[in-house]
Design a protein around this ligand. Sequence first.
Ligand SMILES: Cc1ncc(COP(=O)(O)O)c(C=O)c1O
Length: 366
Amino acid sequence: MPPSTAFPDDTAAVLEAVGAAARRYLDSLGEDPVRLPGADAAAAAFDAPLPEDGIGALRALSELEARGFDGAIRSSGPRMFHFVTGGGTPAALGADWLTSLLDQNSFSWVASPLGARLERLTIAWLKELFGLPASWGGVLTTGATMANFTALACARQWWGDRHGVDIAADGFGGLPAVPVLAGGHIHASAEKALAMLGLGRASVRRFVADGRGTLDFPALEDALRRLNGEPAIIVATAGEVNAGAFDPIDVLAELAEEHNAWLHVDGAFGLFARLSPLSAGLAAGVERAHSAIADGHKWLNVPYDCGFAFVRDASLLPRVFTMNAAYLPDPDDPHPNFGFLGPDASRSTSHPAPMAMPTTPSSWAS
Ligand SMILES: Cc1ncc(COP(=O)(O)O)c(C=O)c1O
């Protein structure tokens, strides 16, 4: 590596040490159990008072490997079947490393043309993969929880519009409770998003036909009819976290159209059913929803963290998430400024960069 004047002397040594540590780790993946017997103790060992003096980059990193790696779950290994989460792929890992190297702020075009461009490309590719119309808006988030938050924030804005109130501008004051309807598969993260949005975790009315959480469709339809056209939000799940069940999205889309409801589809991992003709029928009708979400860090094997939210009415994203300040880009700037389309302002390219690389679902050790 050529000498660098811009960085401390040990930068090259740090990169070499990290490369060697990565090789040692990857070599061990084929043999190691997912969770080493000493994992808890290794993690617990990180407990010390704030040191007075630093130990230098190289020693700090070698201690992290020597003492810390035993506490890490081997998520990219061949035995990893933990919840619905995946590992990483070579291209995605490489892009993630380069993300740290470039250290871009993907808030805006002016802050990072590369970050903004990669995110726009990623969103376009994802819409194509999922069979969503190109006209839909989209943004990358840290995960499916924040994607649910983003999409449901747009649902809330839509609901406010129907009550003649711009909630992003003026808040909720004086408005009635928002009717939120779901089956039994609704994920805890959608409820958390509703809590964060001020709609209330407990506001969800669940219509459940059996012990497995199957949607009680006639009961939900009846509840919508009783609302007499009052706007409501339906939360459908494509891929229930315990057993992978799907709500009937196409029939819910029909109901939403008929009863003035916003249909949101939480497809954190299940939206990928749309990619194969063998499973596409499970998620039929997503393109008729008002919003849909998924993430890359589960079935796409992209390193954490990476979620994505899509909204049919693209104008809702900037209406909710725009920021105004003299030093920031003009809200009408024609360039992609994803900090205006989602909850985060400063944000790394760690979401779009690995996503824009070709990925395969293979694990390192296979
Ligand atoms: C259906 C569903 N939605 C949302 C989430 C939350 O995802 P994240 O952990 O990426 O926030 C999960 C996680 O398992 C999920 O299964």
